[in-house]
Design a protein around this ligand. Structure first.
Ligand SMILES: *Cc1c(COP(=O)(O)O)cnc(C)c1O
Length: 452
């Protein structure tokens, strides 16, 4: 490491002495960081409110009859795109064995990997933003009102109308998949700018649905920039800005409202005596940020949210730690942003999200690729659930919280040690159900290899 190099006017050595954990972060060692800006909920004043989330939920309800028609696989659930919440006791036992430490409480998996339509967490934010845009356009042209039956959108008349408009997005893969599928279904002309990390099968699938895919040899931030440029040149073109979008954020945020009902149905309390720990894989931040934000609205100080990032792409961690947010990239600190967790291969975090979650997030930890593959294999063997590598990032969370010095300090500081037996650890599984079989076999082979 060149100690003379500067980031935001300060030398590496200067940064390291201010934040000693940086030494491990730049060496791509797995770290567990607790957030010094975390505040009791009543003192954290986010710029969005519960009413904003309720508005998003109401919009999704208006669209539900359309979704049920356009995507028959959602008919049974009335066109509401939601995922299962399942206990994973065998995995919990196996994690205790593999890591060599107890995990008291109950472990649950939130299977956004199995969300209908696009098989990842992006089926929340991505689809929501396209629907909000379509609704706005149709209303502006007097073709739709909130009192209509939205199944009218599933018609040649509307597809013809939307074909005059285009949608553009930059993505590492899954956001493009979500936006591409819903936009093409509505009739929009849609272009996805893919970063070099994007999986070939995701590009192929999109092209098969008539989506234009532009491939970039560079990383995610550059793909977004190219998308933004394309959209600026054309007034009928709508750019979905993964780094700054309030609509994406709110689409993700609806998750917690629905989760509340799921926990109640499982008779799992979340209160003073029953803490909830949630572990969310983080890329640019919108998905995990929106979900953490809404979980805090509902459960306040009884929910503790942790983000997880690849050891080679700790962008949100660097943004929060240094307070520089989008003014710093992992490359600035000599980290390569190369990871098999393609959904998380983001070198520069969202400032918009970083600012909102700064007082709400309990901490962030990092995970190496080999661990992701091992956990992918283990989860498949123990619970018969298959995920993509990114989606395993939250899985080591309970162990890391319970068995790291920083984690134990957090638990003590918040009076949680005596409550661990009554706690719930929720791991957010963010993608995987659409991975083609041959690719899943490759993942499994990698995971079993390192499993011995
Ligand atoms: C996009 C994505 C995430 C993270 O969401 P961000 O909004 O980028 O933080 C996590 N897991 C998977 C599989 C993803 O595709």
């Amino acid at each position: 490491m060149e100690s003379k190099k500067q980031v935001a006017g300060k030398t590496f050595d200067g940064w390291m002495s201010e934040f000693p954990i940086l030494t491990d972060i730049v060496s791509t060692k797995a770290v567990f960081w607790t957030n010094p800006h975390y505040k009791p909920f009543e003192h954290a004043v986010p710029s969005l409110s519960e009413a904003d989330i309720a508005d998003a939920e109401a919009r999704l309800k208006r669209f539900a009859p359309y979704i049920a028609e356009a995507f028959p696989e959602t008919k049974e659930v009335g066109g509401i795109i939601e995922s299962p919440l399942v206990p994973i006791p065998q995995m919990q036992e196996e994690l205790e064995r593999q890591f060599g430490g107890a995990i008291p409480g109950r472990m649950l998996l939130k299977c956004d990997s199995h969300l209908p339509v696009s098989g990842s967490i992006k089926a929340r934010g991505g689809i929501y933003e396209v629907l909000a845009h379509a609704e706005e356009l149709a209303m502006q042209h007097g073709m739709l009102s909130v009192h209509n039956d939205y199944t009218v959108l599933h018609s040649d008349r509307f597809r013809q109308f939307f074909s005059n408009y285009s949608i553009v997005v930059g993505s590492t893969g899954n956001l493009g998949l979500s936006i591409g599928i819903i936009s093409a279904k509505l009739g929009f002309s849609v272009t996805v700018h893919m970063s070099a990390d994007a999986q070939q099968w995701k590009k192929d699938l999109l092209r098969s649905k008539g989506v234009s895919v532009v491939e970039h040899a560079t990383d995610y931030s550059k793909a977004v920039e190219e998308g933004r440029k394309q959209a600026e040149a054309d007034p009928t073109c709508y750019f979905i800005d993964d780094e700054n979008s309030k609509r994406l954020f709110l689409g993700y945020a609806v998750a917690a409202f629905r989760l509340k009902g799921q926990l109640e149905r499982l008779e799992i309390p979340v209160d003073q005596d029953h803490p909830l720990f949630v572990y969310l894989p983080c890329g640019v931040g919108g998905g995990p940020g929106g979900i953490a934000f809404s979980l805090k609205q509902i459960y306040k100080e009884h929910v503790h949210c942790f983000f997880s990032e690849p050891t080679h792409s700790p962008s949100m961690l660097l943004g929060l730690l240094t307070g520089l947010h989008d003014q710093v990239s992992v490359q600035d600190f000599g980290i390569d942003n190369k990871t098999s967790a393609d959904g998380l291969a983001v070198g520069r975090p969202s400032r918009f999200v970083g600012k909102i979650i700064e007082p709400l997030l309990s901490g962030t930890f990092t995970v190496d690729d080999e661990t992701l593959y091992t956990l992918l294999y283990t989860l498949s063997k123990k619970e018969n659930i298959e995920l993509e590598p990114s989606a395993l990032a939250g899985m080591p969370g309970p162990y890391r919280l319970l068995h790291s010095n920083a984690g134990v300090s957090y638990l003590k500081e918040h009076g949680l040690i005596d409550k661990l037996g009554n706690s719930t650890h929720m791991v957010w599984a963010t993608g995987g159900s659409m991975v083609p079989e041959p690719i899943m076999s490759e993942y499994m082979a990698k995971g079993s290899g390192s499993n011995g």
